[in-house]
Write a protein of this length. Structure first.
Lengths: 369, 320
């Protein structure tokens, strides 16, 4: 996938943490880009490296025990090679971030207005009074009622959704070009989740921001992202437009994620299918395809060969790192869509040798999201 | 808030009554000596002892004595007179108070400054040579008894007996009102000795708190806002990590204001602590009672101040 003209371009990023137990391969050679006004969704379980990648973009993983390689190009500047002071100037100004738990992310001892004013005055030469007025404006912008009063309240006096709105206001205070939202709705009620996503989408269109939204919930990015990168064990295993991910997902892990979203259009009796097993240790990663111990369709050879992210035939812009032949993948997904159990699909994977996958299967069943 | 303070003050008064009653009872159940015997001289005759006993009111039952004592205290703010030398207890305590207050508050300044600075640097530069050295030193300072540390300080640095004649030695205390310069120099060693273990405890307390706070989400937010690391640590980190230090300081200062027995004894400072020690030796009930009440009073007041202060430090705390 080409990331030319992207506002942010991450190239072959690797982040390793040296710990007493060994080297944690948190991010292992990932590349992605996001353009102005567009939204990239990064999806994966906890421990898949999605947050570390974003924190590294902000320069927040720097430390003696961290090893980083690759490049993070932001407006022509490589953030990995920027000085601490250069990064500090960009943080909170050009690139802003919001986090998962809005209560613990706001300082409990300072008023919300104070915290908003602080971020403005860290980057702009603006009087306290002007910053205060702008803080009220920002709270109004993110839909907080009675902002005049709210601005001088403490975070604990806000509800969960209001706190996340306040966090968003803080992130937007300096009109950043890129907003990174790390699980922005995970700690919130379902109804509030939808409001926050709608707010992010609306503000993005108004401010022409690029947005990276990190989540474990494909349902969240379906609403808002233009493109989706699915991460597993520190790597991107599938990358495509949102439409394509939902129309013709290629990776067994993506299937697992899709099948574990509760949906209203599925008969009530049908069970959600969880992904078996647990995320792998990032210190001792499984050999070959990192997903093979949990993959229902894994072949013996998959524990020896390490798949690379490769274009999916006939689907421009769609990349996947899977050792199953494309035809087999298409057929299994068709079966899964038809409601056949993974066990049956596994049989199918075994009947088609991996080498013969280039020919298209006779019946291709494709379903929308 | 006002309601809360009024309630706390009333509780404090009740507590002081309880403390005074307990002191009385303990004195009667477990007397350190017979006060009348002590006053009667080397070869007292029974008549003299009886007359002294009557004179001091010791021949009455304890509750009558207690009633008389409390009547004087509540109605006339009269703490009674010393059994040993007939000096007014109130006068005696107030004349001793400035020395103890000088010692306790000065030491508090020393230990808070050292504790906060060392604790902060140790937390930020964790596992550095500075951290290892100061935390090792802290262990020594906590373990060393103050009287030993005091004697060591005198042995090394006192201007009279010391190896390196640096500071005025024991018994050099001068009231602040008399000579501020001498007051200051004479208290340098006592302050450092008294502050040593507290500084160590506070440095460890702040270090542990700050390390925890620096991994909080709101510190990550502060960094994500593009604040300087200095501001992240000072305004966001320490601000949150300091609250337990404030409450501990309030309690500790309260306790010390009631008398710093060991350090006052080593440096021969005429404070409340020495008064407590002497009055217990002499079975001087009014003096014991007075000093215990003063000590309890400071503890109650300092606790109240800390609790009220807490509402200002931590906006999440609300009193009703």
């Amino acid at each position: 996938m080409s990331f030319g003209g992207a506002l942010l371009r991450v190239e072959d990023l690797r982040v390793q943490f040296v710990t007493d137990d060994g080297v944690v391969h948190a991010v292992d050679g990932i590349s992605y880009g996001v353009r102005q006004g567009k939204t990239l969704g990064i999806v994966g379980e906890s421990g898949s490296g999605k947050t570390v990648a974003s924190l590294t973009t902000m320069g927040l993983t720097r430390g003696r025990s961290t090893r980083v390689s690759g490049a993070i190009m932001f407006e022509g500047q490589d953030l990995l090679r920027a000085s601490g002071e250069e990064l500090r100037r960009i943080r909170g100004d050009q690139i802003a971030m919001i986090f998962q738990d809005p209560l613990s992310s706001l300082h409990p001892y300072y008023k919300v207005g104070w915290q908003l004013i602080e971020v403005m005055r860290a980057h702009r030469d603006i009087s306290k009074a002007a910053a205060h007025d702008r803080a009220v404006e920002l709270l109004e912008l993110v839909g907080i009622p009675d902002p005049q009063r709210r601005v001088s309240q403490y975070p604990h006096e806000f509800s969960g959704g209001m706190r996340q709105r306040a966090m968003i206001a803080m992130a937007l205070a300096n009109e950043p070009k890129l907003l990174i939202a790390d699980e922005p709705t995970t700690a919130l009620d379902v109804t509030v989740q939808a409001q926050i996503l709608a707010l992010i989408k609306d503000l993005q269109q108004r401010l022409r921001m690029a947005v990276i939204i990190i989540t474990h919930d494909l349902g969240v990015v379906a609403e808002i992202a233009d493109e989706i990168a699915v991460m597993y064990a520190g790597r991107i295993v599938e990358h495509a437009s949102t439409e394509e991910i939902f129309r013709a997902p290629q990776h067994p892990y993506t299937w697992g994620l899709l099948k574990s979203i509760p949906r209203l259009d599925i008969p009530r009796g049908e069970e959600l299918i969880p992904i078996a097993g647990r995320p792998p240790s990032l210190i001792n990663r499984p050999s070959g395809c990192h997903f093979h111990p949990r993959c229902p369709y894994a072949q013996p050879a998959h524990s020896r060969t390490d798949p690379r992210l490769e274009p999916v035939p006939d689907q421009p812009g769609h990349e996947v790192a899977c050792l199953l032949a494309p035809a087999v993948r298409t057929r299994i997904w068709g079966d899964l869509q038809a409601g056949r159990a993974p066990a049956a699909a596994r049989e199918l994977a075994q009947t088609v040798p991996a080498g013969r996958g280039s020919e298209r299967p006779p019946v291709v069943k494709e379903g929308g999201p | 808030m006002t309601k809360y303070i009024i309630r706390r003050v009333l509780w404090g008064i009740a507590l002081l009554f309880l403390v005074s009653a307990l002191t009385f009872v303990i004195f009667y159940l477990m007397p350190s000596a017979d006060p009348a015997q002590l006053r009667a001289g080397r070869q007292p005759n029974p008549a003299l002892v009886a007359s002294i006993r009557h004179h001091l009111g010791l021949d009455k039952p304890w509750y009558v004595q207690y009633y008389r004592y409390m009547k004087g205290l509540v109605l006339h703010f009269d703490f009674g007179y010393s059994f040993t030398n007939n000096i007014s207890v109130k006068q005696q305590i107030f004349s001793r108070l400035p020395a103890t207050v000088s010692l306790a508050l000065g030491a508090a300044v020393v230990w808070l400054v050292i504790g906060i600075v060392v604790g902060t640097i140790s937390a930020i530069r964790r596992r550095s040579a500075f951290d290892r050295a100061t935390m090792g030193g802290a262990l020594v300072a906590i373990s060393a008894p103050p009287y030993w540390l005091g004697l060591l300080a005198l042995f090394l640095f006192a201007s009279d007996i010391g190896k390196i004649k640096l500071f005025p030695g024991a018994g050099s205390y001068v009231p602040l009102t008399q000579d501020p310069g001498k007051w200051f120099t004479s208290l340098i060693m006592p302050w450092l000795v008294l502050a040593a273990s507290f500084a160590a405890i506070y440095a460890r307390l702040l270090r542990a708190n700050l390390i925890e706070v620096m991994s909080e989400d709101y510190i990550r937010t502060a960094r994500a806002k593009g604040l300087s690391e200095r501001r992240v640590i000072l305004r966001h980190g320490i601000r949150a990590a300091i609250t337990p230090v404030v409450s501990a300081a309030g309690v500790d200062i309260g306790v010390l204001l009631g008398g710093v027995i060991l350090v006052e004894a080593v440096f021969n400072i005429p404070g409340i602590g020495r008064l407590v020690f002497e009055s217990i030796q002499n079975a001087d009930l009014p003096m014991i009672q007075g000093t215990v009440l003063v000590g309890a009073f400071f503890i109650v007041v300092c606790n109240l101040i800390v609790d009220v202060l807490y509402a200002f430090i931590d906006p999440r705390v609300r009193y009703t």
